[in-house]
Design a protein around this ligand. Structure first.
Ligand code: DMJ
Length: 657
């Protein structure tokens, strides 16, 4: 009898203990925290291919924390990890919620904390308040630049001073690649003034640029940076001034005689030496604006730098009727394209322009490659050249085959949510376990081609990182769940994707995201005379630099996100954003080749002499910019863009919960 009582006592004791655990922690004895979620996250620490995972790798690295489980596996090795087929794209104009509501999920289990936080209307007053906050952010940065820095290139917002090229240290490429002693911030900000409807300041700024900016400078700049920030902005402003419809208000300039176009031409001519004496046709990365390619220059360039010039160079060529610029830019794209791996179809991130050898074999969506993909699609949107779309489609399929890890569907099925990793271009093998903040532009690009489901997932991943730090660290290690590189230079990529996803879905979730971003920018980066780079996303220390893209992109996308009635969103207008966020209207004029004889194969005739159909802008099967999606009626809103379980998973993966 005694042993029975002993056993009974032990059983009761154990049950009692379990009961206490339930009451105190809400956990059963055999039920871990993670098991409340239907999907497993592989809690064991996985080996980092770059070396042993170390808790010291990141200040908030969590020993024993979550790892990215199946993302380490090559695609096709698990039951749920087969390479994903690119989804069928929706017809143009039907990209709204009605056609992909299955992605968004409904209220299966009643409202929870995620639903409470993100669902529901975003009241019009709040939206107007956020729009004004975004405008105020731009104005504060711009006014301070004009007061303390102009005519220099950038504003040092902490010490209220200007900054130009670093003449004392020519090897300081971080500065000298971008700052050409040509009032960069003013030039880069021109079309944001127009988009915000500030005609008096736009007119003043344009006159200032015409009267004071010169490219006859002894500055060695990166061809890519000068192209996207300066050439692109001049062309965008020129088109705004000469637009007969003047949608942004009166942006005309009295006695305007195409000065900005001539300036753009002058700059582009100074960049042309980069395309000479290169055995592959891939341009040198840098030129001196006065003297051409420096004798001791580097022969290695990144793919994005050399292969993302076509939009600006193509516009210039078509406006001037001079094929030279488009021809050299297109030759560079094709040369790079021909160097892709025969096996994977992927490109690397750094190439030698004389030998064509890949110096950097890393293939990913971020630094070194980002805008290369973007400009294949955007060149097609703008110019309608079929070969650009074909290259883009092939590149996108290779990305799906080799870079994308995780389950096939956004928030359904088993396996981990999708993520795009960095791999070796030849083998497709994982090269490291970080993603960079530049990659956050990719969901926006996916919106343009109609792959909205995947865009939602990838965007959510980046937003979860933002929520954790109030910014995006330059590199985030998904295995260690910690930043690898800690600074945040006010980049626009997450805001850009947020804006484009909002235009595609009209889901108020993205307004909440935008508000969150705005508020953290105000809280952590606002300083005495502007907005400062975050030096360290954890301790929130700042650096005395405000890059020009903060005004041209970050503020613009934030403003447009909340400015529902902006002319950019009006039906009948079709704007595309360059990679620096400059608006370009998509119209017939840019579909014409004033130099047909130079492009006999590509420009209107096939090899057999038959005429080739060049699609008109309205025939495009891509969602270009936001305007195709505006037909989504306002009342068609979804409570949540992501099933809340999915959002929770993402938060968990970046270590937020
Ligand atoms: C911008 O200059 C452009 O968006 C470019 O394509 C890449 N990155 C910066 C901003 O982060």
């Amino acid at each position: 009898m005694q042993w029975r009582a002993l056993v009974l006592g032990l059983v009761l004791l154990r049950l009692g203990l379990h009961g206490v655990l339930w009451l105190v922690f809400g956990l059963g004895p055999s039920m871990g925290f993670y098991q409340r979620f239907p999907l497993s996250f592989g809690f064991q620490r996985l080996r980092n291919p770059d070396g042993p995972a170390s808790p010291a790798s990141g200040p908030v690295g969590r020993p024993g924390g979550l790892s990215g489980p199946s993302w380490l596996q090559p695609p096709g090795t698990g039951a749920t990890q087969s390479p994903r087929k690119v989804p069928r794209r929706p017809e143009p104009g039907v990209c709204g919620p009605a056609h992909w509501g299955y992605v968004l999920g409904g209220r299966d289990h009643g409202p929870d904390e995620y639903e409470k936080r993100y669902s529901g209307a975003f009241p019009p007053q709040l939206r107007a308040q956020m729009r004004d906050l975004a405008r105020g952010m731009f104005v504060f940065g711009y006014d301070n630049y004009m007061a303390h820095a102009f005519p220099q290139d950038e504003l040092n917002p902490i010490h209220c001073r200007g900054r130009g090229p670093d003449r004392g240290d020519p090897s300081n490429l971080n500065i000298n690649d971008v700052l050409g002693n040509y009032s960069l911030t003013l030039v880069d900000a021109l079309d944001t003034l127009a988009v915000m409807g500030n005609s008096s300041e736009f007119q003043k700024a344009v006159k200032l640029v015409i009267n004071t900016v010169s490219f006859d400078k002894d500055s060695t700049v990166q061809v890519f940076e000068a192209t996207i920030r300066v050439l692109g902005s001049l062309l965008s402003a020129h088109r705004i001034i000469t637009d007969s419809k003047q949608p942004f208000g009166d942006m005309t300039i009295k006695d305007y005689d195409n000065e900005l176009l001539y300036m753009a031409h002058d700059l582009a001519v100074r960049l042309l030496p980069a395309f000479e004496n290169t055995k592959t046709g891939i341009p040198y990365p840098r030129v001196n604006l006065k003297t051409g390619v420096p004798p001791d220059t580097n022969n290695e360039t990144c793919t994005a730098g050399a292969g993302s010039l076509l939009v600006e160079f193509g516009i210039l060529s078509r406006l001037l009727g001079d094929s030279t610029f488009e021809w050299v830019a297109r030759r560079a794209v094709k040369a790079l394209w021909n160097l892709r791996s025969n096996d994977t179809g992927l490109l690397g991130n750094v190439v030698n322009i004389q030998t064509g050898h890949w110096v950097g074999k890393q293939s990913g969506l971020g630094a070194g490659l980002d805008s290369f993909y973007e400009y294949l699609l955007k060149s097609y949107i703008l110019f309608g050249e079929k070969e650009d779309l074909e290259m883009f489609n092939a590149a996108y399929q290779s990305i799906q085959n080799y870079l994308r890890r995780g389950r096939e569907a956004c928030n359904e099925g088993e396996g981990d949510p999708p993520l795009y990793v960095n791999v070796n271009m030849f083998s497709g093998q994982l090269m490291n376990t970080w993603i960079d903040s530049l990659q956050a532009f990719f969901p926006g690009l996916q919106v343009l081609i109609g792959d909205v489901e995947d865009a939602i997932c990838l965007h959510a991943f980046y937003y979860a990182i933002w929520k954790r730090y109030g910014a995006l660290p330059e590199r985030y290690n998904w295995q260690l769940q910690a930043p690898d590189v800690l600074f945040y230079p006010l980049r626009p990529e997450l805001v850009e994707s947020t804006y484009l996803l909002y235009q595609a879905t009209k889901n108020p979730f993205y307004l909440h995201v935008g508000m969150d971003i705005l508020q953290s920018l105000e809280k952590y980066t606002k300083v005495k005379c502007g907005y400062a780079t975050l030096h360290h996303v954890i301790d929130k220390s700042t650096e005395d630099r405000m890059e020009s893209f903060f005004l041209s992109e970050t503020c613009k996308y934030l403003y447009l996100l909340f400015d529902e009635d902006n002319p950019v969103h009006k039906s009948g207008t079709r704007y595309m954003f360059t990679t620096e966020g400059h608006i370009v209207s998509v119209d017939e004029h840019l579909r014409e080749l004033p130099w047909k004889e130079f492009f006999s194969e590509e420009g209107g005739q096939d090899q057999g002499g038959k005429s080739v159909h060049r699609p008109k802008p309205h025939e495009l099967k891509v969602i270009n910019s936001s305007s195709n999606c505006n037909r989504v009626p306002d009342e068609r809103r979804y409570s949540l863009p992501l099933k809340s379980i999915y959002m929770r998973q993402i938060d968990q993966m970046v270590g937020l919960i």
